[in-house]
Design a protein around this ligand. Structure first.
Ligand SMILES: Nc1ncnc2c1ncn2[C@@H]1O[C@H](COP(=O)(O)OP(=O)(O)OP(=O)(O)O)[C@@H](O)[C@H]1O
Ligand SMILES: [Mg+2]
Length: 236
């Protein structure tokens, strides 16, 4: 995916300004920044849920800047919004199958289920349970796994570790790494900067709607701006 010069606004208020970003196939790209920096707005622009005022978004060689949201999914982009919205009264199995609605091919579905279980083994054990009976961490795993069930080439995750017990976060991240190892590009939005930078290949730092820093994630962990603005705070 290639984003160039993207601007997004709400009623005249700019949420993103001149944002450019590259996500190479099969890599994990982290997008980090404080509250209100514009992270969710970027994911919503890619998904076609908010309109780009300027700039272009290209995916797989095609310009998708003005592609409507329902077609974006069919192009191979899945978006897991913040807040682990699962269908509480449906089983884990049905939640996963709902994620596969764009491709009803049975063989694809079976292979994707197996890949989801490989990434998040607990889901196989919980398969016939209602989603409401899962812990918060398990619900987040289910939300991510459901996102993979359409067979996306780009999976976008908005704050996957938000509100979870620290003990569960490594499991979530192990699953995310497994998804990427299977060839899916992952665009990961986090306020949990330390965890995101550890998992990612490349990273972008957003501040008030602009990219102020980007590069290899391991270099950004050592960057003074990142350490002062994010890691110092999260270590406190
Ligand atoms: N639907 C909306 N209408 C008006 N303003 C909005 C809307 N959504 C977001 N904004 C504003 O756009 C800016 C960027 O918000 P956004 O949600 O993209 O940031 P974020 O980095 O995801 O923040 P958070 O960490 O709180 O999730 C903020 O100033 C926010 O108040
Ligand atoms: Mg957000």
């Amino acid at each position: 995916m290639e984003i160039d010069g993207l601007a997004v606004g709400y009623d005249g208020m700019r949420a993103l300004q001149d944002v450019s970003l590259r996500a190479e196939a099969g890599t994990i790209v982290a997008l980090v920044g404080a509250n209100g920096a514009g992270k969710t707005s970027l994911l919503r622009a890619i998904s076609g849920l908010v309109r780009a005022e300027r700039g272009t978004i290209r995916f797989d060689g095609a310009d998708i800047t003005r592609t409507p949201a329902h077609r974006i999914v069919r192009r191979g982009i899945a978006h897991v919004p913040e807040g682990r919205r699962v269908f509480a009264s449906a089983t884990v199995h049905d939640n996963l199958l709902l994620g596969a609605y764009v491709d009803r091919n049975a063989a694809h579905r079976k292979a994707r289920l197996e890949a989801a279980f490989a990434a998040f083994p607990i889901l196989r054990e919980r398969l016939e349970q209602r989603a409401s009976t899962l812990s918060g961490g398990e619900q987040q795993m289910l939300a991510i796994a459901r996102g993979t069930m359409s067979g996306p080439r780009l999976l976008m995750l908005d704050e996957p570790s938000l509100g979870l017990a620290p003990l569960l976060i490594p499991q979530i991240y192990a699953g995310i790494r497994a998804v990427a190892a299977g060839g899916t590009t992952v665009l990961l939005v986090e306020q949990n900067v330390r965890e995101a930078l550890r998992a990612a290949d490349t990273a972008y730092v957003l501040q008030t709607g602009r990219v102020v820093l980007h590069g290899a994630a391991r270099d950004l962990i050592g960057d003074p701006l990142v350490q002062e603005a994010f890691l110092g705070i999260s270590a406190a």
